[in-house]
Design a protein around this ligand. Structure first.
Ligand SMILES: O=P(O)(O)O[C@H]1O[C@H](CO)[C@@H](O[C@H]2O[C@H](CO)[C@@H](O)[C@H](O)[C@H]2O)[C@H](O)[C@H]1O
Length: 776
């Protein structure tokens, strides 16, 4: 976890802030504007001390602009006459020029900031920077978050996390988490907060801390300069007491307190220790933490942050095939397939289990030429419905509803029912054609013809897709873009809000960039899930191009080491660009782990997916433990891709998995800590079969003012019980001063007393996991 533990941070949210944005809406990123902002800053937060100090600082600024030697000399004399001059804010006039405090290596900042980091509205995220000043002086840092209109949303003190090495970190949140959906009346209010926000880092000299450190040593050894040190401290306290209300937010009583402490530091009738005691009070300590004197304020250039709509990070997906929903056996044993009308039962099941998004495979007419038969055979029988990914027939292509499922109106009614239930519809968009697709004759240049005039079928080695032609983008990319945008708009108008794009990595990234830009220009609420399993660079590029979520390698991360490493990889800085969705299985993926670990194994993978990633998904049938592989391949036998399934859902109760999925979605909704790609921390365990991690949201980011922490402990062995010791870093969850804490198991409702060293025992026939919420 990047989680930064603040004890008493200052100026949390804008509502508590006493700081105004001095550059506000005019905070353009141009050098000129930035320089102006710095100059304005120099005349308010740091130069607000006594009249004398203010005059001196203003003089310093005038000098810089007039640059006359005489004036420079005069100012130097004035400064020397007064113990130490406070470090000024220096204007930054061009990129790369340092301010008075140096700020380097701000994160997130992928590809040198070319692509904005992405978060969902209300998602906790993490920033860091290296901030330092010369010599022994102490620097501090503050993260400032601005809305798209330039208004300051939060100013959060950053914490140095590697003492002496200048790395400062902070957690932030942009806007308020929401479950409002695009068709809800109040969505307009959410939309106002979406778009490009900015983060700047303010570095500043903590002159009080620097002084206190040195003064304590000097007085301790009765240094000859002890009196000077105390007088210097008194000057600092005076400056602090007079500091701008906009910056420090001190009230009258606090200013009085600081002035009284300054007087005590100057009081020659007291002993040196008694004088120093003036600043060793809880009040001054508290003020230093919450309302410090910030001198030499230096501001980084802004980093952009794209804040996206609800469900762009935090979403629970549920996949089913509408043709199987409500399918029945006729008397002769043949199957009556489901339709959009009967598939309402799938929506209801998704709703009941607490999912947000229903994902449908392609719903278009299926080709006849080279149609695949059961179990991926190359010859289809007369009753075989074919793979829905074999798109297009004489009945139409990507803009036509398969008549076996219903009409366009039936599909619209299905979407409307989903919306009524609070579910979004994600439609599969597989850009490929059956040989019978109208494009094959209407747009021959969209396909690569071999010398003999034929077209090669598609493949994704080692998989072969003999029933489809791939699209060739080289001859007419503009034409394909235009048609793709038309198609997506058509389905959006029917009620689709999300596209799950099949194999996007086999098409040019630039193609997706243009398509997504055009679609979201008209329909900014549209989300895109990339079904890409490929090289990391390509997966990241698709995210930069606009895919909000991505399939990933979670299904193949099964051991403790693999899971631990993957949790950090997917929930760290990568999570700003690639929002990985954790699916335990899909119609294309049934791993050996799920095959071999029975009901317990299903429970394990569901807990890891739901708690390990803000975005997770379940392919239906998981509840029924459909885990038999087709020999030699990592996918189900009698796969629904090639045949219609008649399922007996009454069996779902028996296995308990449906109940578990429902509980997991309930826990996710109730705990803000599950909503972020940036708050995971591994918890060390002694047993190789027990993996543990936690998610923590500090109190200052939560809506109810309380921290939210979940500790997830999972026994990966689907056959044997395991016991493990488990070490908890209580300081990382803001409870460093406690010997013991109360935790509540969200799955079983049991309560435990835990501490920094704990013991767990988990058995596949009892509990495969604990999901413990810490009671604050
Ligand atoms: O290539 P992936 O493993 O990423 O899988 C995706 O794309 C496949 C091609 O669209 C798709 O495969 C299914 O449809 C094909 C075309 O009808 C068919 O030939 C394959 O046998 C069938 O598995 C796969 O489902 C999709 O997720």
């Amino acid at each position: 976890m990047h989680g930064v533990s603040h004890t008493a941070p200052y100026n949390r949210r804008m509502s508590d802030l006493h700081i105004e944005d001095k550059s506000s809406t005019s905070r353009s990123q141009s050098t000129k504007t930035r320089a102006t902002a710095s100059v304005i800053t120099s005349s308010s937060p740091t130069s607000t001390a006594t009249k004398r100090t203010t005059t001196r600082k203003r003089t310093a600024h005038t000098e810089r602009s007039s640059s006359t030697k005489a004036r420079t000399r005069k100012t130097a004399v004035v400064d020397l006459a007064h113990s130490a001059a406070p470090a000024p804010t220096l204007p930054v006039e061009e990129p790369g020029q340092f301010g008075r405090v140096a700020i380097l290596d701000i994160t997130p900042n992928e590809e040198r900031g070319l692509y904005p980091a992405r978060v969902e509205i209300g998602e906790q995220f993490h920033v860091s920077a290296e901030v330092f000043i010369e010599g022994r002086a102490k620097a501090q840092a503050t993260a400032v978050l601005r809305t798209p209109r330039g208004k300051i949303e939060a100013r959060i003190p950053m914490v140095c996390t590697n003492a002496g090495l200048d790395r400062f970190e902070a957690d932030l949140v942009a806007g308020t988490a929401s479950n409002t959906l695009p068709w809800n009346d109040d969505f307009a209010a959410v939309r106002r907060h979406l778009g490009l926000w900015s983060i700047t880092i303010e570095g500043w000299e903590d002159v009080f801390a620097t002084w206190l450190h040195d003064a304590t040593i000097k007085i301790g050894v009765r240094d000859i300069d002890s009196n000077n040190a105390l007088l210097e401290g008194a000057d600092i306290l005076d400056r602090w007491a007079a500091s701008s209300n906009k910056d420090s937010g001190l009230n009258a009583a606090e200013r009085k307190e600081l002035k009284a402490a300054a007087a005590q530091l100057r009081n020659a009738e007291l002993s040196l220790d008694e004088r120093l005691q003036a600043v060793r009070t809880a009040t001054i300590e508290q003020l230093h933490t919450t309302k410090p004197l910030r001198e030499a304020l230096s501001e980084s250039s802004p980093q952009t942050l794209l804040v996206q709509r609800p469900k762009s990070s935090f979403a629970a997906w549920y996949q089913f095939f509408p043709r199987s929903e409500g399918a029945t056996y006729r008397e002769d044993g043949s199957i009556e397939q489901g339709t959009f009308a009967t598939a309402i039962s799938g929506l209801e099941r998704a709703k009941q289990e607490g999912f947000d998004i229903v994902y449908l495979p392609p719903i278009f007419p299926i080709g006849v030429t080279n149609r695949k038969g059961r179990n991926n055979t190359l010859v289809a029988g007369p009753a075989d419905p074919g793979s829905p990914f074999g798109i297009g027939s004489e009945l139409g292509g990507h803009d036509t509803v398969d008549p076996l499922l219903g009409t366009m109106d039936d599909f619209k009614a299905f979407c409307a029912k989903a919306h009524e239930l609070g579910l979004e519809i994600a439609l599969d968009f597989a850009l490929q054609c059956s040989p019978d697709h109208p494009w094959v004759t209407e747009h021959p240049t969209w396909f690569r013809h071999k010398a003999d005039g034929t077209i090669a079928f598609a493949e994704n080695p080692p998989k072969k897709y003999q029933d489809i032609y791939p699209i060739d983008f080289n001859a007419d990319m503009p034409g394909i873009i235009k048609e793709t945008v038309r198609l997506m708009n058509l389905w959006i108008d029917a009620g689709v809000t999300i596209f799950r794009v099949d194999n996007p990595h086999t098409k040019p990234v630039r193609f997706w960039q243009e398509v997504i830009a055009q679609v979201t220009h008209k329909h900014p609420e549209t989300l895109f899930l990339a079904e890409a399993f490929t090289r990391p660079g390509m997966m990241r590029a698709l995210s930069y191009a606009g895919f909000t979520q991505s399939h990933c390698y979670f299904p193949w991360r099964n051991t403790k080491e693999e899971i631990s490493q993957y949790l950090l990889e997917t929930n760290g800085d990568n999570g700003y660009y690639q929002h990985n969705t954790f699916w335990p299985t899909t119609p294309d993926i049934l791993t050996d782990y799920v095959r071999d670990n029975g009901i317990a194994g299903h429970a394990v993978r569901a807990v890891l997916a739901a708690m390990g990633s803000p975005s997770w998904g379940i392919y239906n049938g998981f509840e029924l433990i459909e885990n038999c592989q087709r020999p030699g391949v990592e996918e189900q036998i009698d796969n629904e891709k090639y045949e219609i399934k008649v399922r007996d859902w009454s069996k779902a109760e028996e296995y308990g998995i449906a109940g578990l999925l429902t509980a997991l979605n309930r826990i996710r909704r109730a705990h803000m800590a599950t909503r972020s790609y940036h708050n995971v921390q591994l918890v060390p365990t002694s047993d190789p079969n027990i993996v543990a991690f936690m998610r923590h949201t500090p109190a200052y980011l939560s809506e109810d003012g309380k921290p939210d922490t979940l500790i997830i402990v999972v026994n990966l062995d689907g056959h044997n019980a395991h016991q493990s010791e488990l070490d908890l870093d209580l300081a990382a969850i803001g409870l460093g001063d406690r010997q013991s804490i109360r935790v509540h198991d969200e799955l079983t409702d049991r309560a435990f007393e835990w501490g920094s060293h704990n013991f767990v025992s988990l058995a596949p026939w009892a509990d495969v996991a604990h999901i413990l919420s810490v009671q604050y």
